[in-house]
Design a protein around this ligand. Structure first.
Ligand code: 5GP
Ligand code: MG
Length: 194
């Protein structure tokens, strides 16, 4: 029987310079992360708040590895990096439709970088007096924090590189890559991302 040719991963994703987290590692880690989260929450129902668009793919995969009953809501953050007028703080756009008071809230985001986004969202959620609030990020960039922030659950620590794939975008592209990697230098003109 003819064997399937092995296609190098960078040949499959020609815009990437390197792959930092492979599709197989994502799958494996998300399974253990789901088990860890289920263990921490015991039998409690979890109200998940996902920061979209970035956390959309991670959330979809992670939730299917959590055995607790789950309610899901999403929120959007205004982009503050490529704004023409400087915005000091990221803004939460629109409200949540689920009430969080007295609930066990798990906030999910794609990546913890300076910490500004999650600090703002945590402050907003705390106002609703949840019974508990924990945060889960797929990626954490080392040495980048401008605001002190510690996530309760972290998928992977990554170096200080701009990454795309698995929900993370560059100008809204590359969210559908099944792995996480860095773009070729000629595709990364100024870091105008949001
Ligand atoms: P923070 O507020 O922690 O600086 O930034 C968090 C947000 O910035 C993330 O939710 C994500 O939208 C964006 N971000 C930070 N680093 C990266 C990166 O390497 N790649 C992409 N695509 N977005 C990033
Ligand atoms: Mg984001």
């Amino acid at each position: 029987m003819p064997t399937k040719p092995v296609v190098p991963v960078l040949a499959k994703h020609p815009d990437l310079e390197s792959v930092l987290v492979s599709e197989a590692s994502l799958k494996r880690r998300i399974k253990t992360l789901g088990a860890e989260i289920s263990r921490v929450y015991g039998r409690e129902e979890i109200t998940v708040v996902a920061v979209i668009n970035g956390a959309i793919i991670f959330t979809a995969d992670l939730l299917r590895q959590i055995s607790n009953p789950v309610r899901l809501d999403c929120l959007r953050i205004s982009s503050y990096r490529n704004s023409t007028t400087p915005v000091s703080k990221p803004q939460v756009l629109g409200g949540l439709s689920l009430a969080l008071k007295g609930r066990h809230v798990l906030l999910i985001d794609d990546i913890l970088d300076t910490g500004k986004t999650l600090s703002v969202v945590v402050a907003m959620i705390q106002k609703q007096q949840p019974a508990s609030l924990r945060t889960c990020v797929l990626l954490e960039k080392q040495g980048r924090r401008e605001v002190e922030f510690v996530a309760d659950f972290v998928g992977f620590q990554i170096p200080d590189r701009f990454v795309v794939g698995y929900g993370l975008d560059f100008a809204e592209r590359y969210r559908n890559l099944p792995c996480i990697g860095t773009l070729l230098p000629n595709l990364q003109n100024p870091p105008a991302f949001g």
